[in-house]
Design a protein around this ligand. Structure first.
Ligand code: AMP
Length: 423
């Protein structure tokens, strides 16, 4: 049974095929949104959309365990927009009815941009707020009134404290990338914010992993939620080809350069490559080395100003630079189409980070290649990752870069080397 709008709105009809043939219509979305989705170019719902959209439309709380790149933004935002359009505002006109919490500024902006696109042609207004920039402009946007507020927890908490914004009219609460928000230490802010959101609400929580802490948060915030789990929790998307190069630590910059040159030479379409490093210092160093060698490279990490981060991202998205060196936090959840290669300069400390990093390529069921450079001392980390993703990745080597094979020694020889032998 399809619902109709209870208030007029002005979505433009498009020249798309009849809405009855649109698979998003079968999920229960109103025709106007189905047409919008078709105009954006989504022809088939992704698995998380197929599972979550009907549940959210029916008013269930949902816990979504979905990897990045699975289409989860549309999975929660489309049914929420649908719900807003179908139920007229009961409360104060100015205040947000949907609150979405995001771990990073980049992700907040990205979800806001997707929301604006989904809601195009309606009267719904989305506002995004995040830290690291002056708050005046954001205050002005809030003052104009909004239906959907997308925020990082730190800035929202500040603005709530100053009574610049209110979440007292929120009917739909979304915690996106909840695991990362906890990793980043946002739990106190999340508790303070959610305490101000009415209990009578629909709550959606998305996370790449279902940890003990996430279950704790779920118990605190949701009401009899339905679990939606897509594609297994631990594995990178099907379309990613994973490779590991064994390399001497000091040879990594040279090997990286060689691999990049090889990609450039062999690719049918020009590659777009995202390189991850564990630290900001390494990101700076790797970007410097590549730049020096003539690679068209930019970088993204949290020590850069917001303006520089925005510029780096825009330049990478527009392919002004075809290589981006980034740390985990800065690039979490980034949705950049057509990243062909992800290169881990070293294996990340946590297997979850590996899955997230690798998830930057092969988004929305495309294909991509993920390469990890592993020195002998990093092998235990890589093996830990392989255990968690339940996949053994064969080691490739390139002559001149590969570590020497381990020396076979007898126990007596090993002892002698360590000075244990009795003379
Ligand atoms: P997300 O996981 O929400 O960050 O989405 C990843 C990418 O998939 C974004 O570029 C979306 O625009 C794209 N996407 C989401 N849903 C679909 C769909 N049903 N068909 C094609 N692309 C999609």
């Amino acid at each position: 049974m399809h619902r109709t709008l209870s208030q007029p709105h002005s979505a433009q009809p498009s020249a798309a095929p009849p809405v009855e043939h649109n698979p998003f219509f079968d999920l229960g979305l109103i025709p106007e949104l189905c047409e919008r989705v078709a105009a954006i170019g989504y022809t088939t719902p992704t698995p998380v959309q197929r599972e979550a959209i009907p549940l959210i439309l029916e008013g269930h709380d949902v816990i979504g365990i979905a990897q990045t790149g699975t289409g989860k933004t549309a999975a929660f935002m489309l049914p929420l927009i649908d719900s807003l359009l179908c139920s007229p505002r009961q409360n104060n006109r100015e205040r947000p009815r949907v609150l979405v919490l995001e771990p990073t500024r980049e992700l907040a902006v990205q979800v806001h941009e997707a929301t604006v696109s989904f809601a195009q042609g309606t009267k719904l207004r989305s506002v995004v707020i995040y830290g690291g920039v002056g708050q005046r402009q954001q205050e002005r946007e809030i003052d104009k009134g909004c239906d959907i507020l997308i925020a990082t927890p730190g800035r929202l908490n500040d603005l709530l404290g100053q009574r610049v914004v209110s979440v007292a009219s929120v009917e739909f609460l979304v915690l996106d990338e909840a695991d990362r928000m906890l990793d980043m230490g946002f739990l106190p802010q999340i508790k303070r914010i959610t305490a101000q959101v009415p209990r009578d609400r629909q709550t959606l929580m998305f996370s790449a992993t279902l940890s003990h802490e996430i279950e704790e948060l779920e118990r605190r915030l949701t009401n009899d939620p339905t679990l939606v789990e897509v594609g297994g929790r631990r594995k990178p998307a099907e379309g990613v080809t994973q490779q590991v190069y064994s390399v001497m630590r000091l040879k990594k910059p040279e090997l990286l350069l060689k691999l990049l040159q090889g990609l450039e030479r062999d690719a049918a379409v020009p590659p777009l490559t995202l390189i991850f490093t564990r630290t900001k210092h390494d990101a700076d160093r790797v970007a410097h080395v590549l730049d020096h060698a003539g690679v068209n490279v930019t970088k993204l990490h949290s020590d850069l100003t917001q303006a520089d981060r925005t510029k780096a991202l825009a330049n990478f998205k527009s392919r002004k630079f075809d290589t981006l060196v980034a740390t985990d936090v800065a690039s979490r959840g980034l949705d950049i189409d057509d990243i062909s290669h992800v290169i881990n300069y070293e294996p990340p400390m946590s297997p979850d980070d590996y899955v997230h990093r690798v998830g930057r390529t092969a988004r929305a069921e495309k294909t991509g290649i993920a390469i990890t450079l592993v020195s002998p001392e990093e092998e235990p980390l890589m093996r830990e990752i392989e255990k968690r993703i339940d996949t053994q990745i064969p080691r490739s080597t390139i002559e001149g870069y590969a570590p020497p094979p381990p020396i076979e020694m007898s126990t007596a020889e090993r002892r002698r080397l360590k000075g244990w032998s009795r003379r």
